[in-house]
Write a protein that binds this ligand. Sequence first.
Ligand SMILES: [Zn+2]
Length: 277
Amino acid sequence: MVNAEIGVIGGSGFYSFLEDVSEVQVETPYGPPSDSLYVGELAGRSVAFLPRHGRSHTVPPHRINYRANLWALRSVGVRQVLGPCAVGGLRAEYGPGTLLVPDQLVDRTQSRVQTYFDGVPLPDGSVPNVVHPTFADPYCPVGRSVAVAAARGRDWEPVDGGTMVVVEGPRFSTRAESRWYASAGWSVIGMTGHPEAVLARELGLCYTSMALVTDLDAGAETGEGVSHTEVLRVFGENVGRLREVLFDAVAALPPTATRDCLCTHALDGWDLGIELP
Ligand SMILES: [Zn+2]
């Protein structure tokens, strides 16, 4: 029986994490996750890595099976998740290479299932009840402070806090949309940070987003607009140090048994109707 305590979900340009890994295929009531889980050891911690778009980047943001991904991680024992992702900067000062650890998100997605508690029976016949988890603070406060400290430890001063707006994609924003998001005071824009965060919360998982800015979004730059080639180029330049920061963050996350953050209490008092894995 494979067991892991920490999950890392890698985004665009980030398709592997550890070298010596066991590939584990996990079935879920929601179908298959984006890929196998790749489980390995790091600093005495057991880590499951999942490439969010599949190892060959075949799954676009709006078709990712977010429910299967988080369920699969929890089913092997994961209780804390680090979610690095590529984002666009909405302010000129958040240029390529900026690392931002958001403390808020805005959901502008349109077509994604963002709950496990929808009354639809699972294959085992159990029926999830209606549940309204607290989501005022969508990210784990402990995971956030660990991520910020890990970046500082690698001489990469991160932006500590900020709002990630998550859009449906797969297209990039128009200039008008981008200027609107920026004028609302939001910091960065991505396509995958939601419903990943809320589904983690619904499973009682600690979830920490680590947003690497690969470009200035259309409203914050004056050139040709964002291209995917440029996103991958900048991500590639930074993926090495992002991996090092993640290594340090994994090592510094608290042991599962000692967690007492708000994420662990998200489901207190609710009758779920289903067994979480
Ligand atoms: Zn937490």
